[in-house]
Design a protein around this ligand. Structure first.
Ligand code: NAG
Ligand code: NAG
Ligand code: NAG
Length: 382
């Protein structure tokens, strides 16, 4: 090849790389898998509404979310110009034309051997079940879409399954499950590889079903949540400098290191996949450990709850009521201004915290590779 041709080729390659990197993915849909961090109505549909005051700051009524308003997945949908995701399990009034949400509060990657009504209260909709639901949704949505009319207006196009963003935020409950069964930290660590093997399987299945763009959140500092702090008196648990239960956070970080390794393996096994790993842990830990600096207060106390050091009581949850002299009295009350609180109900973050977390991660500064949300197809779409 002559020099001039080589240069032209270089310039063309450079330009096409540049244009790929600079154009948005225009994701037509989101398919989400996860736990309460991204549940927009799944558990509520199956086991009863998360009652008031959930939803009060934004929806002004309960909206299937364990939060006073929007979750990180809602801010993701907003930023991509898509409607909020309906829960797959919400059979009335749902519009799935731009995706579906398979997450439910209390979900784990590994199916649990105890039900929602027993220890810990884990959801029966573990990640394998969520994938089966997705698979069925994909098949049936096309059968019905072909009938046209209203079906076509409520269900995604076949091509959208490969152009969609597949989002995952799950694992936290797998870690707490062991502790709720009185396991030691070493025993919990021992089953982390099995969680990740099962997680990897589901990403591979989604790829086999046409999924290409994956946005994977790591797990947060669970040892900073009031429901965990309330479980263990400080005398018996090692606390870190932020006042969080250190063993829980160490297990979460151990899980995250292995999740990142699993993502690297997936990239090798799935050559056409664009997989973004998002370090939500660091963002949430920074918010909690430096709350004041970020404009928040009382990061270890629940905004909505009742009593104790952490304003959390597992028997009187957010919105909980008791009857006194025949009158219902609200015991699990919300704080005056949830917009400056980090924690909502002892287990979940406030809308304000979710928004803050979203703003940190959307630009790619906490991602591997460091690419913003709207480019998470890594140039694959063009
Ligand atoms: C549930 O029980 C089965 C059979 O004993 C076991 O293989 C599996 O690991 C258990 N699952 C969990 C999450 O403990
Ligand atoms: C479903 O949502 C999409 C996007 O918001 C909208 O364009 C479409 O009209 C909705 N379908 C129906 C039947 O309301
Ligand atoms: C864990 O230990 C506590 C305290 O000894 C006990 O009350 C509880 O039943 C145990 N839980 C399980 C699942 O074994």
């Amino acid at each position: 090849m002559r020099l001039i041709q080589v240069c032209a080729l270089c310039a063309w390659l450079f330009m096409s790389l540049l244009s790929d990197a600079s154009s948005d993915c225009d994701f037509p849909a989101i398919f989400n898998f996860g736990d309460s961090n991204s549940d927009t109505g799944g558990l509520s549909a199956a086991f009863g509404q998360a009652g008031p005051p959930h939803g009060e700051s934004f929806f002004h009524h309960p909206a299937g979310r364990y939060c006073d308003g929007r979750l990180v997945i809602d801010f993701i949908a907003e930023r991509l110009g898509l409607p909020y995701l309906n829960a797959f399990l919400d059979s009335v009034g749902s519009n799935f034309s731009h995706g579906a949400n398979f997450a439910t509060a209390g979900s784990t990657v590994r199916p649990q051997n105890t039900t929602l009504r027993q220890t810990g209260g884990f959801s029966p909709f573990s990640l394998d079940v969520q994938f089966n639901q997705f698979s069925d949704f994909q098949r049936r949505s096309q059968t019905f879409r072909n009938k046209g009319g209203l079906y076509a207006a409520l269900l995604p196009k076949a091509v959208d399954f490969s152009r969609a963003l597949y989002t995952f935020d799950i694992g936290q409950n797998d870690l707490t499950a062991g502790y709720f069964h009185n396991m030691s930290t070493d025993q919990v660590k021992a089953y982390v590889p099995d969680i990740l093997a099962q997680f990897k399987n589901v990403v591979e299945y989604a790829y086999d079903h046409g999924g290409r763009s994956f946005w994977i959140h790591n797990t947060g500092p669970v040892g900073c949540l009031p429901y965990i702090l309330d479980l263990h008196p400080e005398k018996t648990t090692r606390m870190d400098r932020a006042g969080c239960a250190a063993p829980y956070n160490e297990v979460a970080q151990y899980f995250n290191r292995q999740l990142k390794a699993a993502v690297l393996q997936l990239r090798e096994e799935l050559p056409l996949a664009a997989i973004t790993y998002v370090d939500v842990y660091s963002v949430k830990y920074s918010l909690i450990s430096q709350a004041k600096k970020h404009g928040f207060m009382e990061p270890l106390r629940a905004c909505c709850g009742h009593g104790g050091k952490y304003n959390y009581n597992k028997n009187i949850g957010c919105g909980g009521k008791v009857k006194i002299h025949g009158k219902e009295v609200l015991v699990g009350k919300p704080c005056k201004d949830p917009s400056v609180w980090v924690n909502w109900d002892g287990v979940h973050y406030t809308q304000a915290a979710n928004k803050w977390v979203f703003e940190q991660i959307v630009g790619g500064s906490f991602s591997d590779p460091p690419i913003p949300l709207n480019k998470a197809c890594h140039g694959l779409h063009h």
